[in-house]
Design a protein around this ligand. Structure first.
Ligand SMILES: Cc1cc2nc3c(=O)[nH]c(=O)nc-3n(C[C@H](O)[C@H](O)[C@H](O)COP(=O)(O)O)c2cc1C
Length: 215
């Protein structure tokens, strides 16, 4: 393993990006949307995948996992999950969370810190209804983050549910969306000689303060 990592380090190219970070709108959401569009245009794989980190308030241990950004509503970042999952339980007690987007082809990273709240049930209902039937049954069948004795247990539950659900499937109350309201957004752009750009937007209630950070 160390051999592979060593080779990676040797092969690692300097960031040669021509994407200079030289446009700073007053609102970071504008820059986020611009970068997101760039990432889509450059066919970054899984453009809307982000790493979500939460913290267990008892142990103070952080944990991270990938989720999909599904919507941006009034400047808040929406994702969907199981409210009883590990992240759900952690967020119920400590609403502070951090999102991270990484678009390697663009040599860009965006860190978004903020507080998370459960979104209006009607928005989750609409999204749940738009999902494929198998995903809807999956949401009913998986007790996300709970220990599973064997895979068959999950598959049997899926088959049972597939047979018992008739017609439209309603959203389970333990599944739905969260909105992260950002209070800090950092845009990172790779530049040569490790002299990367880091532009931080910090919210001070009425507007955003913008500053640079050492790379
Ligand atoms: C590309 C990708 C996208 C994912 N999207 C979601 C998602 O939108 N919602 C979700 O609950 N889990 C998603 N997952 C699974 C999570 O990473 C994670 O395993 C799951 O939510 C359980 O997390 P937890 O036990 O830390 O709460 C995704 C995983 C990958 C690799």
């Amino acid at each position: 393993m160390s051999e592979f990592l060593e080779n990676l380090r040797n092969d690692h190219q300097d960031f040669d990006s021509g994407n200079l970070l030289d446009y700073f709108p007053e609102n970071p959401l504008e820059l986020f949307e611009l970068w997101f569009k760039d990432a889509l245009e450059h066919k970054e794989p899984e453009t809307n995948a982000l790493v979500l980190s939460t913290v267990d308030s008892n142990t103070l241990k952080p944990s991270s996992r990938v989720v999909y950004l599904k919507e941006l509503i009034q400047g808040e970042f929406i994702f969907y999950t199981n409210y009883l999952s590990q992240k759900g339980k952690e967020l119920a007690v400590n609403s502070n969370a951090c999102m991270l987007f990484f678009w390697p082809g663009q040599q860009r990273q965006i860190r978004i810190e903020g507080t998370v709240s459960i979104i209006d049930g009607s928005i989750s209902d609409t999204y749940f209804a738009s999902r494929p039937r198998e995903s809807q049954i999956g949401a009913w069948s998986s007790f996300q983050s709970e220990k599973l004795t064997e895979r068959k247990e999950l598959e049997d539950r899926f088959i049972e549910n597939s047979e018992s659900f008739i017609g439209e499937i309603s959203r389970p109350s333990h599944w739905g969306g969260y909105a992260l309201k950002p209070n800090l957004i950092e845009f990172w752009q790779g530049r040569p000689s490790r002299l990367h750009d880091r532009i931080v937007y910090e919210s001070n209630k009425t507007n955003w303060t913008i500053y640079r950070k050492n790379p």
